[in-house]
Design a protein around this ligand. Structure first.
Ligand code: FBP
Length: 554
């Protein structure tokens, strides 16, 4: 027994007994699976440049698992390494459990190690050998604490050489990277390097991120989105019930999900609050910050005229990057900020940055509350992303709404009563105990990755489809990582990265929301989803997200 885990909740004890249901095709293990090649896959954009960068791993075919056996994979034992990369997402430990069980089922001598602390663990060759006993307490648990995570970006020739040396020193045959878009970009780069150097090492990715923005026709969902949105929906539902009871506050709730607004849309569909802002729509209609505020104020005023000085508004974490003039500003700031490596204090940074901004952006920055302006200038993450989780957009909106309501009062147009409370829900959901869906999905993704690496597949993302059906019917295989890529400007340079899947404004989930939002704004149509259910009727425990239901329904 792992000594660190002496305090285990009763729920965890019960959850340990949960046996994830494997898709039928995986049940007998890798030795009974035949890999079938489908159509060759290229990226949606930037094909020419990507083909040049990924000379060995671009344009590979889709891979599907069918019954049968193509090679005798059980004869030779292999050593596989797994690493968590990026933000936590519920179910990560089950990926390891599925991978471990899949490898051992094929050959008891197969070995699994876990790199510690994310990709930097690969570079520093810090890892632990994973055993059945060690895994026992982590099955069906949330968090990434078994091997931790990190956000290091792998990009320099020295880093690739280091990985090669570490793989050869530790005799690693394959690497499974559990991560989001940026982490799977790392996976694609390492896979390409290994192929270019003829090293005969496999690299496979697993689609992880609560943000839900790592998806396409072949990746129906990233793991963790299901549980995280269920947790946020419980919290938002509770707030809806609170406002409906006390009838005196407006709650501004910012929800995690770096760029895409999938989390906000899903929570909105589940709880039906009065206002749901969707970043992608705001960008599409080129709304300015003032227009966004005007929209919010119009609903506050309308409700107030009906005697309702309360409500709930959902704000996606990435909103700021979708607002027309701020998007431009951030683009400029990103360029300016890469050149300020020497600067230490905030004051120096402000001076340096302000001096380099075009006049209109300088004026706009000056017009923002000082905290927000400073938050916009925070260092980008190692992948060049703005750290939106640290930008308090909900507070900015409250300030601007208050100001506008005061103006309306002065113009004698509106006697306002407005009292606001702000929240940010993000970290509360990322390490939740995985829902049955995520527990099953992650276990299957891990097992699926075992099949891929046992067959020597490299440069692929573990893909499991048909997710609206029970797990037994899920379809398994892999898709080339490069088919999801495009070229983007990061840290001031153009680089290949996996393209984030934003909310599709023509998609069913968004359309469903649009159809209802006017009603939700004025009526109190709140829904209170309550906590994630782990035991009980299947329609409660195995309920998938509304996003998945709407996207995949006929
Ligand atoms: P991934 O894309 O790595 O899955 O991370 C998702 C996320 O939770 C975002 O929603 C959030 O903006 C970000 O991580 C926060 O990053 P950090 O954990 O570094 O604070």
């Amino acid at each position: 027994m792992n000594k660190k885990l002496t305090c285990i909740s009763k729920l965890q004890v019960e959850r340990r007994k949960f046996r994830p249901v494997l898709p039928d095709i995986l049940k007998k293990g890798a030795s009974f699976i035949r890999l079938v090649k489908g159509k060759f896959m290229s990226s949606a954009v930037d094909q020419v440049n990507l083909r040049k960068i990924f000379k060995n791993t671009y344009g590979l075919p889709e891979i599907m698992f069918k019954r049968g056996a193509s090679v005798d994979i059980s004869k030779k034992s292999i050593k596989v390494a797994v690493v968590f990369s990026g933000g936590q997402a519920p179910g990560g430990h089950n990926v390891i459990a599925g991978l471990f069980d899949g490898l051992k089922k094929a050959n008891k001598k197969n070995i699994l190690i876990g790199y510690l602390g994310g990709p930097s663990g690969i570079l520093e060759n810090r890892y632990k050998l994973i055993s059945k006993k060690m895994l026992f307490n982590y099955r069906n648990t949330g968090g990434f604490d078994f091997i931790q995570s990190g956000r290091a970006k792998i990009e320099t020739p020295e880093q690739f050489r280091l990985i090669k040396d570490n793989f050869s020193a530790s005799k690693v045959d394959a690497l499974v990277i559990v991560g989001g878009d940026d982490s799977n970009t790392n996976a694609a780069m390492i896979a390409e390097y290994m192929e270019k150097e003829n090293l005969n090492k496999c690299v496979v990715g697993v689609p992880k991120t609560i943000d839900g923005d790592l998806k396409n026709d072949y990746i129906e969902a990233s793991f963790g989105f299901d549980t995280a949105t269920k947790i946020y929906s419980e919290l938002v539902g509770n707030i809806c019930r609170d406002v409906n009871s006390s009838r005196k506050y407006w709650h501004f709730v910012r929800l995690m999900g770096r760029s895409a607004s999938h989390i906000t849309l899903e929570v909105g569909l589940k709880t039906q609050p009065n206002i749901v802002l969707i970043g992608e729509e705001i960008l599409e209609s080129k709304m300015t910050l003032v227009q966004v505020v005007e929209y919010i104020v119009s609903i506050i005023v309308k409700r107030s005229q009906d005697g309702k000085n309360f409500g709930v508004i959902l704000v996606p974490e990435g909103l700021i990057e979708f607002i027309y003039e701020i998007k431009e500003l951030i683009y400029n700031l990103n360029d300016v900020l890469v050149k300020n490596a020497e600067i230490v204090t905030n004051e120096e940074k402000k001076e340096f940055v302000y001096a380099k901004l075009p006049k209109e952006h300088f004026n706009f920055m000056k017009s923002l509350p000082i905290e927000i302006a400073s938050q916009l200038m925070l260092d980008r993450d190692p992948h060049g992303n703005v750290r939106v989780s640290l930008i308090e957009t909900e507070k900015l909106l409250v300030e601007m709404v208050k100001k506008r309501l005061l103006e309306l009062k002065k113009e004698d147009k509106y006697e306002w009563k407005f009292s606001a409370i702000t929240h940010f829900f993000g970290y509360e959901g990322r390490c939740g105990i995985p829902s049955n869906f995520d527990a099953n999905y992650t276990y299957a993704l891990g097992y699926n990755s075992a099949v891929l690496v046992l067959n020597g597949i490299t440069g692929y993302l573990s893909s499991i489809r048909n997710l609206v059906r029970p797990p037994k019917y899920w379809k398994c295989g892999g898709i080339p990582l490069t088919m999801m890529m495009n070229i983007e400007k990061r840290h001031g340079e153009y680089n290949p990265v996996i393209r984030k899947a934003l909310v599709d404004l023509n998609g069913k989930p968004f359309k469903k929301f649009v159809k209802n939002r006017v009603k939700w704004a004025v009526n109190d149509s709140y829904v209170f989803p309550g906590p994630v259910q782990y035991f009980g009727p299947l329609e409660l425990t195995d309920m998938t997200t509304k996003t998945l239901q709407y996207e995949r329904s006929e």
